[in-house]
Design a protein around this ligand. Structure first.
Ligand code: ZN
Ligand code: ZN
Length: 244
């Protein structure tokens, strides 16, 4: 079990949201700190710089998306500009690759944190016969060279603890933790699990993302995390949101 100050240390790094979480922990949930946490295997996504720019069905970030057919590059509902490609995510063994886009034309002006605001988009593609999707020439559409992610499983009570344990084993490399994949979302704020537009059911959590390893070219989640969801129903696709 981690000492209290270490938990506080994690939360402090999260800024204002973390401070609120820390307060609510102290006020409402001391048993979580002193009780016996139930451990589970958390699949951390850890930076892997060894990626090429060739089409790929793997989880990776930046660069250009891979798709099995023509993709209409999404535009922002609020400002009308082309969205930026953040990255692509695939669960182990899945036949579907999620391409995540978000408006970066006028940071802070468009409602890009909302799952249903039309200022971000998730496009699903199969994984056979992939080609690179060319970006449009207008707008903030690409984040720079792609980087990959490998999975490192850490046994921990939750994502925050898994991240801390990894950082302790790899001092000074905390920005290499890109998030985690599978399991349950670790909400910074309240639960905002979106509903599927097709079947209306709550969607399944896929991945939680940090802003990225490189200051300046990271994804902009207001210092928080991005969350991707999917639905298996016929016609269901993905949704994305972020919290800070
Ligand atoms: Zn916009
Ligand atoms: Zn559905």
């Amino acid at each position: 079990m981690p000492p209290v100050d270490r938990i506080a240390g994690i939360e402090w790094k999260r800024g204002a949201a973390g401070f609120r979480a820390m307060l609510s922990e102290a006020v409402c949930g001391p048993e979580r700190l002193i009780g016996k946490p139930s451990m589970s295997d958390i699949d951390l996504l850890v930076l892997d710089r060894n990626v090429t720019e060739a089409p790929s069905a793997d989880t990776r970030f930046g660069g250009l998306p891979s798709a099995d057919s023509d993709v209409a590059w999404p535009a922002c509902r609020e400002c009308g500009g082309n969205m930026q490609f953040l990255g692509q995510v695939r669960l182990a063994g899945a036949r579907r690759l999620h391409l995540i886009f978000m408006c970066a034309n006028d940071p802070g002006m468009c409602s890009d944190w909302e799952a249903d605001g039309g200022c971000n988009a998730v496009i699903g593609t199969g994984i056979d016969g992939l080609g690179i999707v060319e970006a449009p020439s207008e707008g903030e559409v690409v984040r720079g060279k792609p980087y990959g992610a490998r999975i490192e499983q850490v046994q921990a009570a939750d994502y925050g603890q898994a991240r801390t344990l990894w950082e302790e084993r790899h001092p000074g490399r905390e920005q290499e933790v890109l998030g985690f994949i599978g399991g349950e979302a670790d909400w910074l704020q309240g639960d905002e699990t979106p509903s599927c537009d097709h079947c209306g059911e709550p969607m399944r959590f896929v991945v939680q993302l940090e802003e990225g390893p490189d200051d300046g070219s990271g994804m902009n989640f207001g210092g928080g995390c991005g969350y991707l969801f999917e639905c298996d129903c016929a016609g269901g696709s993905g949704k994305f949101l972020w919290q800070s």
